[in-house]
Design a protein around this ligand. Structure first.
Ligand SMILES: *Cc1c(COP(=O)(O)O)cnc(C)c1O
Length: 352
């Protein structure tokens, strides 16, 4: 090892799902929305004033924070935006998880939490989900340096009711509790309803899933103005211009089209419920997902083999080679047509 190599930070990075290219492939591996962004987004993109790219964007991202504040009925000083919720969550880890006590997040959960904790030197503990993959709120009653969990959880898809979410927050009023609601629009009740009661609650959401805009990278957090100020202090200590101009403009356009948003989400929910029936009929078992993916296993089909077989037919799903997860595939809910092709393949595969 060369001398300078000793100074390189050793990290174990997050591994994102594959982004294969090709025309015919069916991409059910990264929980993207199969439908395009709202028509107004396309219009605004076509009419965009390229001259504005010459200038730095508004560092406060005010058009977007203002728009989200109006949409969710909160103050503008209660909204923070970032480059996808990954950026927002990373900033939240830096800003709020600064205690010598371990932060808590589920052992089976969004695998980025562990990566950020390691990168930032934050101690952590991972309470185990129960046999049915459920988060057990009492596991989060013990002393800690902060709490973060996705709701619905990933990759299980299971939703905690608002009462259970509140139970976790109520037992943790001396630390910041971050609820990662990347999938909340697919059937859950948001913890935003609890904001008035808990000043230590930060709700994080994204435009990547329900709003079909993963490629633009827009995420946001809503919480007490003191939390938002702390997030901004970290952001301005790191990179003042996280949000580019097109993202700000197109994000606002997306929020304006409520009808399209609701219709698109409803279509995915309908396809998901149909998928539960079809996969069940094929012999798969899975937790009852309230997200836009299904985490399924089959007694008679080993997940890694099925994963490869699907891939060879240009159907991409996600496989996690991890204890407790190694028999499961996470299947994003696509269009009805894509799902029909999936069922068709599975019928053939399972027939022999
Ligand atoms: C997809 C996802 C995110 C990150 O989404 P962004 O594209 O960075 O907004 C965060 N948390 C969970 C649980 C996710 O599934």
């Amino acid at each position: 090892m060369r001398a300078w190599e000793k100074n390189i930070r050793r990290v174990d990075p997050y591994v994102p799902g594959e982004q294969p290219s090709g025309e015919k492939l069916i991409k059910l591996n990264t929980n993207e929305n199969p439908y395009p962004p709202a028509p107004g987004v396309e219009r605004a993109l076509r009419e965009m004033d390229y001259g504005r790219l010459r200038k730095y964007p508004d560092p406060a991202a005010s058009v977007l924070t203002g728009c989200l504040a109006g949409y969710y009925g909160v103050g503008e000083d209660q909204v923070f935006v970032g480059v996808g919720s990954d950026d927002v969550l990373a900033m939240a880890f830096l800003a709020f998880f600064n205690s010598p006590k371990p932060i808590l997040f589920p052992d089976v959960s969004y695998s980025f939490y562990k990566v950020w904790a390691n990168l930032f030197g934050i101690p952590y503990e991972m309470p185990a989900l129960d046999q049915e993959f459920r988060i057990c709120p009492p596991d989060y009653y013990k002393e800690n340096g902060g709490v973060v969990f996705p709701n619905p959880n990933a990759p299980t898809g299971l939703l905690l009711g608002l009462g259970e979410v509140e139970d976790i927050i109520r037992h943790n009023q001396d630390v910041v509790v971050v609820v990662d609601e990347a999938y909340i629009d697919f059937g859950g009740r948001s913890a935003l309803a609890l904001l008035n009661r808990y000043e230590n609650l930060l709700v994080v959401q994204t435009f990547s899933k329900a709003r079909s805009m993963a490629g633009l990278r827009i995420g946001f957090a809503i919480g007490n103005p003191r939390l938002i100020r702390a997030l901004n202090d970290v952001k301005y200590s790191y990179n003042s211009y996280t949000m580019n101009m097109p993202s700000l403009v197109l994000g606002v356009e997306s929020v304006k089209e409520e009808r399209y948003f609701r219709d698109t989400v409803a279509k995915i929910v309908k396809t998901r419920e149909q998928a539960k029936k079809r996969l069940c009929a094929l012999g798969f078992t899975f937790p009852d997902s309230m997200s836009n993916f299904i985490f399924a296993r089959h007694e008679k089909a080993a997940a890694p083999k099925l994963f490869e077989a699907l891939k060879s037919r240009q159907i991409y799903v996600r496989y996690f080679a991890q204890p407790r997860l190694e028999n499961y595939l996470r299947i994003t809910v696509g269009t009805d047509e894509e799902m029909e092709e999936l069922y068709h393949f599975l019928e053939g595969y399972l027939a022999y």
